[in-house]
Design a protein around this ligand. Structure first.
Ligand SMILES: N[C@@]1(C(=O)O)CN(C[C@@H]2CCCCN2)C[C@@H]1CCC[B-](O)(O)O
Ligand SMILES: [Mn+2]
Ligand SMILES: [Mn+2]
Ligand SMILES: [Mn+2]
Length: 304
């Protein structure tokens, strides 16, 4: 299959500078060459156009709404364009607000997609339930039909209509979920495997249950949104909201290998790499771990 890589040099979904350099450090880490050496047909489609809106006043406790909303539209258009020519798209971020655009864009091409959200966080706050007002903590709330009446139509988001249902989402890796997010997960019965379930059942059982929950017939395209903070901070320290007690390298490899085995991977987001956080060793480790995980989605199996 053909892979289209895009860069999303974006940081305005949160307040720590640096995620705008995520695409650069991942490219410099050799991601395109390493996928090509696996025999993949890879095309780098460059970066999406990031839109910076001046005097972007916060609305309803959502910061930089016009900047995030208009950039999200640019992302959706680029993703749609790539997925109309390539089989799989890899989006190198950028903060996790990128997923508003990547999922909206993917859903235009694959309306029947399911979402695997690999993250320490649920990223489903509405502007009202958010404590931070950072839109990287809200992307799923903008995308889910069931939350449409709970999320105000913010300036910059006029173009967006919800495109997934709560039952189409499965979380793996949760360990820092806000009260409002917990209520949403329970109210709409969203499939969620926190690190407690990973410890209770083991990663193999968790992955199997997650896939079965969202796609029991095993035929729907998969949008995998990977926040590097899902992994333990000893592995990916250069990220904005690290939380101890994360996924091990082997657990993360296993998720990637099992998703690869479905043959139904449509798109991967690589979110929240922030090379300005930590020292040079932290940055290099974060980039190397992230790239080694990405390779596992594309046939680089430990068993050869
Ligand atoms: N839920 C959050 C939000 O800001 O909405 C609050 N949380 C930080 C907060 C620190 C104090 C203890 C409770 N947690 C970050 C998270 C968003 C993460 C976005 B991601 O893309 O990195 O997952
Ligand atoms: Mn996170
Ligand atoms: Mn609807
Ligand atoms: Mn996230």
């Amino acid at each position: 299959e053909s892979i289209g890589v895009i860069g999303i040099p974006f940081s305005k979904g949160q307040s720590r500078a640096g995620t705008e350099f995520g695409p650069e450090v991942l490219r410099n880490g050799g991601i395109v060459r390493k996928l090509q050496s696996l025999g993949c047909h890879v095309k780098d489609h460059g970066d999406v156009e990031v839109i910076q809106v001046e005097n972007d006043d916060p609305e309803e406790k959502a910061k930089n709404p016009r900047t995030v909303g208009q950039t999200s539209k640019s992302i959706a258009d680029k993703v749609e364009q790539v997925l109309r020519s390539d089989d799989i798209c890899i989006a190198l971020g950028g903060d996790h607000s990128m997923a508003i655009g990547t999922i909206a864009g993917n859903a235009r091409v694959e309306p029947d997609l399911v979402v695997l959200w690999i993250d320490a966080h649920a990223d489903i706050n509405t502007p009202m339930t958010s404590d931070s007002g950072n839109i990287h903590g809200m992307p799923l709330a903008f995308l889910v039909h069931e939350l449409e009446s709970y999320v105000p139509k913010l300036s910059g988001f006029e173009w967006l209509t919800p495109c997934i249902h709560a039952k189409d989402i499965a979380y793996i890796g949760l360990r820092d979920v806000d009260a409002g997010e917990r209520k949403i997960i329970e109210k709409f019965g969203i499939t969620a495997f926190s690190m407690q379930e990973v410890d209770k059942y083991g990663i193999n059982e968790v992955v199997e249950r997650a896939l079965r929950a969202v796609d029991p017939e095993g035929k729907r395209p998969i949008h995998l949104s990977f926040d590097v903070d899902a992994m333990d901070p000893t592995l990916t320290p250069s990220t904005g909201t690290p939380v101890i007690g994360g996924l091990s390298l082997r657990e993360t490899y296993y998720i990637a290998e099992e998703v690869a085995r479905t043959g139904r991977l449509s798109m991967i987001d690589i979110a929240e790499v922030n090379p300005l956080l930590g020292d040079e060793k932290d940055k290099t480790l974060t980039v190397d771990m992230t790239i080694s995980v990405i390779q596992r989605f594309f046939g680089n199996r430990r068993g050869g």
